[in-house]
Write a protein that binds this ligand. Structure first.
Ligand code: KG4
Ligand code: ZN
Length: 347
């Protein structure tokens, strides 16, 4: 079974991990949240510089924690797309350098494929076909996983990603960055039925609504109006009730679309990935709905929901076993669809 060292640096976490097939030997994550908090969001240039400062320490810690020598590591992988270009460059350049110095094969990994593979880490017996609900700061996708590198996107968001909506609404409520965990925490003491809010729907030209695509911009505007009206009436903002109502609406929207997609495509297993998969209300609603329809849902543990390098190494391990290798000339890409994963490999 392949032992892979992987680097993840697509956004605001510098991460290095060593994974043997689906076993995590080490996983180090250096979060930059404190650096970006003062700006209320991720500043790309700050992110690149922080990755540069952190990557060597993360590497040393990952090797130390795994207790493996370079001779045991079979390949080096790095996230190469999608993400912040300057940030991705740090991980890619580090990985290529290590591959050259230690004469190991190099593999470029798609960040979203990594999020899919987070479920294999926590549930090693999971096998395709299954439906993956991928909900992060940049993506909201329903992906049919047919095999390694073989994906079909069945649903997406037409505007904000789910995590982005959490981050923007948290800012509106004065909860700070990153918004998802803050809303999740504050909502614990709120009433999710306090404010009725709209679930975004996408009209089809032929009539009716798209069954799997999401939209969060209408919900975000409804929250803005609500907050402005409450402020204008001179009341203190019922932040916990607002957070709970918003969170319940996002969870309801995602649950409805995921369920419809799984049932229509006859997929009995759902794996959830990305930072928003950590959300307690989403976990609760999706678990309950799936149980009612005799479907299985897998949520990775929180440390594998948010960005980490173990999921990147796990995806690379399977590509490596299949003989996939990337060119040392491979560059980074800010955007790349999940259906284009094969472009990252030479054969
Ligand atoms: O997957 P991730 O770590 O990075 C991206 O690839 O984007 O996801 C980060 C996103 C952020 O928008 C953050 O607010 C959201 O995941 N998030 C959450 C929770 N934890 C993180 N959203 C809702 N509830 C949470 N508990
Ligand atoms: Zn991510």
């Amino acid at each position: 079974m392949a032992t892979i060292l992987a680097i993840e640096s697509s956004c605001d976490e510098t991460a290095v991990a060593i994974v043997k097939n689906r076993n995590v030997l080490s996983s180090i994550v250096a979060s930059q949240i404190d650096c970006h908090r003062v700006y209320g969001g991720v500043v790309p240039e700050v992110a690149s510089r922080q990755h540069l400062l952190a990557v060597n320490t993360c590497l040393a810690e990952a090797l130390q924690q795994a207790q493996v020598s370079w001779s045991e590591i079979e390949a080096i992988a790095a996230t190469v797309a999608p993400g912040l270009v300057g940030a991705l460059m740090v991980g890619l350049t580090t990985a290529k350098t290590l591959a050259m110095v230690h004469q190991k094969p190099f593999l470029g990994v798609h960040h979203l494929e990594g999020h899919i593979y987070a479920s294999y880490l926590s549930h090693p017996t999971l096998e395709p076909p299954f439906l993956c609900l991928l909900v992060s700061g940049g993506h909201t996708s329903l992906i049919q996983v047919k095999g390694c590198g073989d994906y079909q996107q069945l649903g997406t968001t037409r505007d904000d990603a789910a995590g982005e909506a959490f981050d923007k609404v948290a800012r509106l409520l004065g909860l700070g960055y990153p918004g998802g965990p803050m809303i999740d925490r504050v909502a614990q003491t709120g009433n999710p039925q306090a404010f009725p809010l709209p679930v975004g729907r996408i009209s089809l030209p032929t009539g009716g609504y798209h069954p799997y695509d999401s939209s969060f911009s209408g919900l975000k505007t409804a929250m803005l109006r609500l907050v402005n009206d409450l402020k204008a009436s001179g009341q203190d903002l019922p932040v916990a009730d607002l957070a709970a109502s918003f969170q319940a609406t996002v969870a309801r929207s995602l649950t409805q679309k995921t369920l419809a997609c799984a049932l229509d495509y006859g997929l009995t297993t759902i794996a959830v990935g990305g930072g928003v998969a950590a959300n307690r209300e989403l976990r609760h609603q999706l678990q309950k709905a799936a149980q009612e329809h005799h479907l299985t849902v897998y949520f990775p543990p929180l440390k594998f929901c948010t960005d980490n390098a173990a999921m990147i190494a796990c995806a690379a391990a399977e590509h490596f076993e299949r003989g996939d290798r990337s060119s040392l000339k491979l560059g980074v890409q800010s955007r790349l669809g999940i259906t284009e994963v094969h472009h990252l490999f030479e054969n």
